[in-house]
Design a binder for this molecule. Structure first.
Ligand code: ADP
Ligand code: MG
Length: 451
């Protein structure tokens, strides 16, 4: 039998001769997925799909790869599309059902599960059925499923997919009260009580752009907002930098429309574009025609003129607002532009408390450490706590018991870490002074006066 490596090499060689052979590329992608080379598998699936966009097996493979890369939102969008076909493969429905459980959509998950087992009774999975509250008596053959044929055993669905990243909520985010209040006001409340808002002529939905120095919690806040949204049974689609880059390929516009379309069909829904500058790079600096198209399409989707965006909230974040096309920054494009500054002293103390929770630590004076960590971002504080913890690990190993982190460890670590926000403000100052169109940088300038 050929080893994995020999098989991969063989497929790669054949592809050099016929690079546009989607079937061959699909086989390479599946082999890569089998060996756990997820990033490469994703690339190959995407390329194969560019040649053969309607191929369900390829779509399923890509969805599976996304799910194993924990890009659940991207996987769900593909699977929903596959599941619309009556003849959708049972594996696709099973995978879709598993992901829907993660979203708290038990009814839809049970529907997909039943359809899968109806089409292929041998695919019955007692464990999954149990999670959905479906008893064995409901299964077509009385539930006598062969273990070797359950999804985890058929070599297709992952048995080794890692645990989901823990769900967080606003309680896990230190400070950022204004941003939390804004997101609550725009997302959680109107979606939970739409009738009250409608009485006042307001419809739920809208758009918020978060911008500011790196490491200050934009992505983290969005993760917490996703947790809050899911608790309130609001869908949250996460569109990261890879998915955005994917939009620049030939059928990229279709993907972008796909996300908006999905959100509109599943209102209330939040669409979160992380690192949105990649999407909205300045048109003047863009040689690539498809890039221009994506920006225009995004603006069109956002305007909601062709389709109503009621019940859809678009959230976007960027560390590099100067890379955004000015059309994005113009007032009115996003309903709210929120500058997310570095944490202040009180917020730093709170973030330190959150970071130290659950770690062996003595009686730490977080307020004092906050005082000595001016200009530190949340991520810098994370690095600080990691460094202090690292210094204790060797000692703990020697003494064979946990040795608590002390104030002194944190002070010492602080000496070795350069706050990362300083450089951002130097760059931002230049833009604020030389190209403050429409007063976009006013909040940044006002903040700089206080430091
Ligand atoms: N307000 C905060 N509360 C708790 N942790 C924070 C906060 N801000 C940042 N962090 C920590 O710093 C890390 C980096 O923040 P991140 O959200 O990735 O920054 P950004 O997206 O703004 O570049 C987070 O994963 C989190 O651990
Ligand atoms: Mg980020």
């Amino acid at each position: 039998m050929k080893s994995d490596k020999e098989e991969l090499n063989g497929l790669r060689e054949s592809l050099v001769k016929s690079p546009d052979d989607a079937v061959l590329r699909g086989r390479l992608a599946a082999a890569l997925l089998g060996t756990g080379a997820l990033e490469e598998a994703e690339q190959e699936y995407r390329q194969a799909l560019a040649w053969s966009p309607g191929n369900v097996r390829l779509k399923l493979g890509l969805a599976e790869t996304y799910r194993r890369r924990r890009k659940n939102s991207a996987a769900i969008v593909i699977l929903e599309n596959i599941a619309q076909e009556e003849e959708a493969p049972a594996e696709a429905r099973l995978l879709y059902a598993q992901l829907l459980i993660g979203e708290g959509e038990l009814e839809s998950a049970a529907r997909e599960y039943r359809k899968a087992v109806e089409a292929e009774p041998s695919k019955a999975d007692p464990a999954l059925a149990g999670r959905l509250g479906i008893g064995p008596e409901e299964l077509p053959d009385g539930g006598a499923a062969d273990e070797s044929l359950t999804p985890a055993g058929n070599g297709y669905l992952p048995s080794e997919a890692g645990p989901e990243p823990p769900r967080i909520s606003f309680r896990d985010v230190g400070g950022m009260e204004e941003a939390k209040a804004e997101i609550r006001k725009k997302i959680i409340c109107p979606f939970c009580k739409p009738e009250i808002y409608r009485n006042y002529g307001k419809s739920p939905g809208g758009s918020i752009l978060l911008y500011g120095p790196p490491g200050c919690g934009k992505t983290y806040l969005a993760r917490a907002a996703a947790g809050e949204a899911l608790n309130a049974r609001i869908r949250f689609l996460w569109i990261g930098v890879d998915e955005i880059l994917d939009m620049w390929t030939e059928d990229g516009g279709g993907n972008l429309h796909g996300y908006f379309d999905y959100a509109r069909r599943h209102r209330p829904c939040v669409l979160f574009f992380d690192e949105a500058d990649v999407l909205a790079a300045d048109r003047a600096g863009m040689k690539d025609v498809s890039g221009c198209r994506i920006i225009n399409l995004f603006l069109m989707e956002l305007d909601g003129q062709r389709y109503s965006n009621e019940g859809v909230l678009v959230l976007a974040a960027t560390n590099a607002p100067w890379r955004l096309d000015p059309a994005f920054r113009r007032p009115g494009r996003f309903d709210r532009m929120l500058f997310i500054p570095p944490p202040d002293k009180k917020e730093r103390a709170e973030i330190l408390r959150l970071l130290l929770a659950g770690k062996p630590a003595g009686n730490i004076d977080c307020r004092l450490i906050a005082k000595r960590t001016e200009h530190f971002s949340g991520a810098d504080l994370g690095a600080l706590v990691d460094a202090a913890a690292g210094s204790k690990i060797r000692e703990a190993a020697q003494k064979r018991r946990p040795v608590p982190i002390t104030d002194r460890d944190l002070f010492e670590a602080a000496e070795t870490i350069r706050p990362s926000t300083v450089e951002w403000f130097q760059t931002a100052r230049n833009y604020a002074v030389f190209s403050n169109q429409d007063g976009f940088y006013n909040d940044v300038l006002a903040y700089m006066e206080t430091i």
